[in-house]
Write a protein that binds this ligand. Structure first.
Ligand code: LUZ
Ligand code: MOS
Length: 760
């Protein structure tokens, strides 16, 4: 089976929010964002905008009819700035006009006077000022303090880890249509329709049942629309209500980039202690999260950073400090990996530095510390059914790491201006929302009298293939061809209380719910057939659209049985509800069993650096990955390759440049470079572990969305090692990403200029 949308995507016929034919009289909104990163609003002049022919209204904080505050965890964020602007691009007013062009002109005619306040963009500075979104927290396992004295090697250092723009192809957008009796229908590009429904209802002052959110598909989300699609839907909805007309809001790329939050940048301090045999005895890390101006999802992102701070390693003594630091940037938010990558990155830096001090390869240390069955993480969860070592051993052998080491050593000895490097990255990623209550999925399956099937779940199709997975699951359970099954838009009137499509858990939660719904229908149908064949229904099954008794095909087809079931007045629709068992987590203590299971894998990345120019190329990525039993191999491969590409981009090319005044300088595709097909490894090898079952996933599958992102971290170290083969690296702080510019400066530190790069 292939991705069910592929023929629509390649022919440009897939429908997104603004591709659906516009309702009569639809108006267009544009957002006036703050030209300053921080300050008090002294005056706001909207008269010129209002006077433009074709402008139907300009709306501010005062005009919001219901709740003026939104926010994923706490209602701490005004939908429009009231008297203070907190970041550059902070939405202040909405211009609604007859065309998008007039609305854009209206935005240019808005003007504001701001009494500027100090702009803080560095989390260490915010921390020093005590400007925190929650109390700083400390988590411990064992006790690091008495252990340092017993360590043979101790390394300490600092990390400056940059954020990342989501760069979904489809920017944020929403279309709100007022309906009879004060109701509102919103087509939104959101990963979280129920959150959008709740906030739209709040802003309109309506009960949730009067608000319908419908989502056919997104052109990418990556976490950027887990919480931050809500804002634009609310703006479209309240202006639609006030004007009594449909309103569509489509953010342009520059507005989307400067107005929305990104992956959280972090600053980190680490200290690691090892025995001479390479065992990590103690690890201490402080995370200064650059949270941005409001809470958004910063607390749970930071929580996952804490949970994944020891990645795939068994470490007996751990101390982790976590601070959510408020800065004058857009509120940073969910992004594939959800803080996990930031937790894992700094530990790899620590291992790298320790290896260099010990004169060993980092993979020698990595291999001596992998997690295993029975290991208990610092948050209390015991590792079971662990495949970490297996993925590592298979990678070492299959990719001939020892041979590769020798080949690269001799290549580097023979070549002066071109150097190669490689690095390994083991990944152990916990699957489940850490907010236990979010781990629930719902599915509504309809079988129509012609034998066609439709499935609706809470899962959002954002290109990742959830629709295809749901179709594949229905097809497998019913025993019919996937061509008979259609996956519907996600809609809050068909499924209530939807968890965001996030945390890699969408196929797990909604797939298991779909299995439950399909089984319920199938049981009824087989009961009808059992009467017909005068046998026990346990003898019956459906294979390739034919009813089987035992191993022999009967004359009865799926369509015939569907009709018989209908005429027998037995139900042909069902709602399935699923929640994974045995999850519990105390967020205050940071202790419990937050994850249903772990996804394991090991990745090798090989690079070549041009030591004259600082440019580099990723030669190969080779992955051993634990997928359980894949549902659709091409869909899973797409997730693994896409996640890897994004992970490599994060640590190499993608550089968010903020000016000192808090303005995003890299605010367009001309200044923000993400990996393209050309940049991706020439060789991409993927080996799936064989014969692994995962009872936690539907049909034995494993969650795949986020874990491969962190494989990309290996690219950072592979590039560094190539650079080190040219010249020793000297730095007070390890900075990520390793852009070609930064590589060039590392190759020739004497020409890199006297200005220290260390930011604060
Ligand atoms: N979103 C969320 C997530 O709300 N909670 C999580 O634990 C999570 N994990 C990964 C990605 N998104
Ligand atoms: Mo997410 S970071 O929306 O799984």
């Amino acid at each position: 089976m292939r991705h069910c949308d592929s023929h629509l995507h390649v022919s440009g016929r897939s429908e997104y929010v603004d591709d659906v034919p516009a309702p009569a009289g639809m108006l267009h909104a544009a957002v006036f964002g703050s030209p300053k990163a921080h300050g008090k609003i002294l005056s706001l002049d909207l008269e010129a905008a209002k006077a433009i022919p074709g402008v139907r209204g300009v709306f501010t904080y005062e005009d919001i009819p219901g709740s003026k505050l939104i926010g994923a965890l706490a209602l701490d964020e005004p939908l429009l700035a009231q008297d203070e602007v907190m970041y550059h691009g902070h939405p202040i007013a909405i211009v609604v006009a007859e065309t998008p062009e007039i609305a854009a002109k209206g935005v240019l005619a808005c003007s504001i006077e701001v009494d500027e306040l100090p702009v803080v963009t560095c989390p260490r500075e915010a921390f020093a000022n005590g400007d925190l979104l929650q109390e700083t927290r400390v988590f411990e396992k064992g006790s690091v303090d008495p252990v340092w004295a017993a360590c043979d090697v101790i390394v300490e250092g600092k990390v400056d880890l940059a954020g990342q723009e989501h760069l979904y192809l489809e920017t944020n957008r929403a279309r709100a249509i007022p309906r009879e009796d004060g109701q509102m229908t919103v087509y939104s590009s959101t990963q979280s329709p129920s959150a959008t429904q709740k906030h739209v209802a709040g802003v309109l002052g309506l009960p949730m049942h009067k608000v319908e959110i419908d989502v056919k598909r997104l052109g990418g989300g990556f976490g950027g629309k887990e919480d931050q699609a809500t804002h634009w839907a609310c703006m479209a909805a309240f202006t639609a209500k006030l004007l009594g007309k449909p309103v569509q809001l489509v953010l342009g790329r520059v507005d989307d980039m400067r107005m929305t939050g990104k992956r959280h940048p972090y600053k980190q301090d680490f200290k690691i202690g090892l025995s001479s045999e390479g065992k990590i005895l103690a690890y201490e890390v402080s995370h200064f999260q650059n949270s941005g101006a409001f809470m958004d999802l910063s607390a749970p992102v930071l929580e996952r950073t804490v949970l994944h701070s020891t990645n795939a390693y068994a470490i007996p003594n751990v101390r982790i400090r976590a601070a959510a630091c408020r800065t004058n940037l857009p509120p940073n938010t969910a992004y594939r990996g959800f803080g996990g990558p930031q937790g894992m990155f700094v530990l790899e830096v620590a291992i790298e530095q320790a290896a260099s001090k010990m004169g060993v390869a980092a993979d020698w240390i990595q291999s001596r510390n992998l997690v295993h069955d029975g290991y208990v993480f610092h948050y209390g969860q015991e590792v079971e059914a662990c495949n970490q070592q297996r993925t590592w051993d298979e990678a070492m052998e299959r990719f001939d790491i020892e041979g590769l080491r020798k080949r690269i050593e001799s290549f580097n000895a023979e070549n002066r201006m071109v150097k190669k490097g490689f690095a390994l990255m083991p990944v152990c990623f916990g699957i489940s929302f850490t907010k236990t209550f979010l781990n629930q999925g719902s599915s509504l399956v309809h079988v129509y009298t012609d034998g066609s099937v439709s499935v609706t779940t809470g899962g959002i199709e954002m290109g990742q293939g959830i629709s295809s997975n749901m179709i594949a699951i229905c097809s497998r359970i019913f025993g019919i061809s996937p061509t008979r099954i259609k996956s519907n838009s996600t809609n809050t009137t068909r499924i209530a209380n939807i968890s965001p499509s996030a945390a890699s858990a969408t196929s797990d939660l909604n797939g298991n719910a779909t299995i439950i719904a399909c089984r319920e229908i199938l049981d009824g149908m087989l009961g009808v057939a059992a009467k017909e064949f005068d046998c026990d229904s346990s003898e019956l099954s459906i294979r390739e659209g034919i009813v089987y008794q035992g191993d022999s095909a009967t004359e009865m087809t799926w369509e015939q049985l569907v009709l018989k079931t209908y005429f027998s007045r037995v139900q042909l629709m069902a709602h399935g509800f699923y929640t994974p068992p045995n999850l519990h987590f105390d967020p205050v203590k940071g202790y419990g069993r937050p994850f249903h299971y772990y996804t394991y894998g090991t990745c090798l990345i090989e690079t070549t650096v041009d030591c004259l120019r600082g440019t580099y190329k990723i030669d190969a990525s080779r992955i051993v990955h634990d997928l359980g039993r894949t549902i659709i191999p091409t869909v899973d491969r797409g997730q693994i390759e896409g996640g890897l590409a994004q992970g490599i981009g994060w640590v190499t090319l993608e550089e968010l440049a903020f000016k000192e005044d808090g303005r995003l300088a890299s605010h367009a595709l001309s200044t923000y470079k993400a990996p393209d097909a050309e940049f991706m490894p020439d060789e991409m090898e993927l080996k799936l572990l064989e014969n692994v079952e995962n009872p936690g996933g539907p049909l034995g599958s494993k969650a795949v969305g986020e874990p491969p992102f962190m494989y990309g971290i290996a690219a950072f170290f592979a590039i560094r090692r190539a650079v080190e083969a040219f010249t020793p690296l000297k730095e007070d702080e390890i900075r990520c990403p390793m852009t070609p510019e930064r590589v060039l400066m590392s190759l020739y530190p004497e020409f890199a200029g006297s200005k220290s790069e260390v930011s604060c």
